[in-house]
Design a protein around this ligand. Sequence first.
Ligand code: ADP
Ligand code: MG
Length: 730
Amino acid sequence: MIQIRNLNKYYNKGKTNEFQAIYDTTVTLPNTGLICILGESGSGKTTFLNTVSGLDDFADGTIEIDGTVIKKYGEKKQEQIRNQKFGYIFQNYYLLMERTVEYNILLALSMYDISEQEKEERVDYVLRAVNMWQFKKRLVSQLSGGQQQRIAIARALVKAPSVIFADEPTGNLDEANTMNIMGILKKISQKCLVVVVTHEKNIADFFADRIIWIEDGELVRDEQQEGKKIYQYVEDPHFYLKEFEENKVSEGNVELSVYHREETPKITLKLVYDNGNIYLSTENNGNVEFLTEESEHKVIDSKRPKVEQKDVDQIQFELKPVESAKKPRLSFREIREITRANLKTMGKKKIFLMVVLFFVAVVATFSFREVMSQIYINTEDVVKTDTHLYKISAVRNSGNEAVSSILEERQKYFGQVLEELQGAGYEVYRIPDTELVYEYEGFIQMENYSFELRDFCFVPLDKLSEDSLMYGKMPESDTEVVLDRRVVENLRESASEVESVITDISQVIGNQISTKQGITLTITGICETGQPDIYAGENLFSMLSDGYVADMECYVYADDSDVEGELRKISSVFSEDVRAHLQLSIENEAYNQIESVKMERRSNLEARVLVIAAILIISILMIYFIMKSDANQRMQDLSVYRMLGVPKRNMIGMYVWQNFLLTTYSSLVGVLLTVAAIRGLLDVEYMVFPWYTVPLIIAGLYLINILMGILTIWKLIKLPPAQIAARYDV
Ligand code: ADP
Ligand code: MG
């Protein structure tokens, strides 16, 4: 039983074109019987039906279905009830046009846990009942309006629901089919409730157990029907001779029968018989029409047929309600099937979408690499000083009056700087800044060339642990040095000649380096410390540091893990006295080198990120709009699914799966090809493009594409089914 109490429904509520379509309606519908809702076009029949049957929202009032009270549209129990109990026949059919008849009807069963065999039997049964069985494998789009309507009816019948809501179910049918369909509905109304909306009074009169009249959104009359139970065909074009008066004219071999309803005017006919043919002419104004097999009219020598209640009772239709314990929802297999079909019908748009997705994947991968290469700093390229070294120097021209300007005095105070550093436990070094020239011995032709060593830094030998030695041995004399691998590699890369003769870095062991002071150093070993260092004894440092003291700078060697902390610590060492007379600068040069590269990169990066973001945003918008336009085109299908009770999460599932597939076919391929190209073209790329970035980009693209797919239908599927349908209709 359905009890509707004080139901009000508006269209465009709160807007200027607000329109009340149902006024404070209270009515009770029983469990069985055929109820007709009769009213003019626009009186609100469809609105009433959709609202009561849970396809549309309402402003206030309640709908109670078998004891369950629904106070507002969208309650979970409403969706459950409507799936369990209701079947719909829509005014506009709402079929999936590009699917077969069979598929459309199966869809109504696809959410139920019944055997394939039972599904098939049910489909066949209802198709036979509506005389459409022979069209089972046809596409719906290839059927006429009337045929489509019969499919829509079969679809509602196949579940054998306990309530059928039928909106003008025979609007497009001829009378014979109308009789059949209404007969079926009448038949099943013995066991269930059938609510039929119609504007045809004679249909209501004949079939309805009760008629409810609706006018401008109000139920104005409500009557049980008993009386007239004969249905006269009114649109039947045939000539039923028993309806006519008959006059016979007989003359020799010619016998003429004249049938007429009204008084005939004077009819003059001339009949000529010649050579086996009959010729007929008339002087009356009007046509002489020959009735043949194909004619619309037929001459039938009987009474006009009437349909009586007992004829309807003879219609056979018997289908048990679907029994299924499971909650109605589509299986994953079904979702995959639907998605596959959707993609198939997407056509050119799909190709375009895939091209854009591919393009976005390529751009995203390149951009990612760009950004990574900007963020990643290869310290070997940037750092030219040992990171442990802190340089302390006296800055000259200071504006501070107290700071000494007399050289001797400043030198004196700088001596104090050294003492204070040592007092604080720092080892102080005077590290020479000199030019070194590598001398290659081996090829005569190269003896005239000198190769300057670049980007190196002297570090006291005691900082080199023997463990870091790769080749050779530790120095023993003052002019022996150990080079870090990086220094040798820089040398190799500085000139192609050197590169071609030093094929292995260990070859430089025993080779010589000369200083600008004319001292010759011998390379005894190569170490691996990760620093651009040349290790030598401190005696060599003094030998190379002529005039060094006047420069007033020194180095301490300290922990490099917290550079800023170390800088603070060093600066706190100095006494007031020193600080009053000297303006000191304390810096970690390696750190400064990295910082300056970072600064330079940052502005660079900002510009790039901006361009990349713009490209990606435009592409993503493009993807969104293509997807959106596809969703709009699919609006009818979406409303069909929702009207048939496919849960929202299943619809989201369809879009997730669809975009998963699209992403796999386009974005994934795009990323993999781009990565392969980057790796293949630029061999050192793994440094700035570590392997884990690839799954990261791929996951990101899947996420974006799938989210976008959901976004395009999110708002849509949240609407009541009738409103989705209304959007499609306009
Ligand atoms: P019927 O089915 O009796 O022809 P409807 O229920 O379709 O009538 O419409 C009742 C009234 O509500 C009509 O005036 C119609 O213009 C209006 N109406 C129907 N659907 C909408 C809608 N989606 N938005 C605004 N007005 C609507
Ligand atoms: Mg209508």
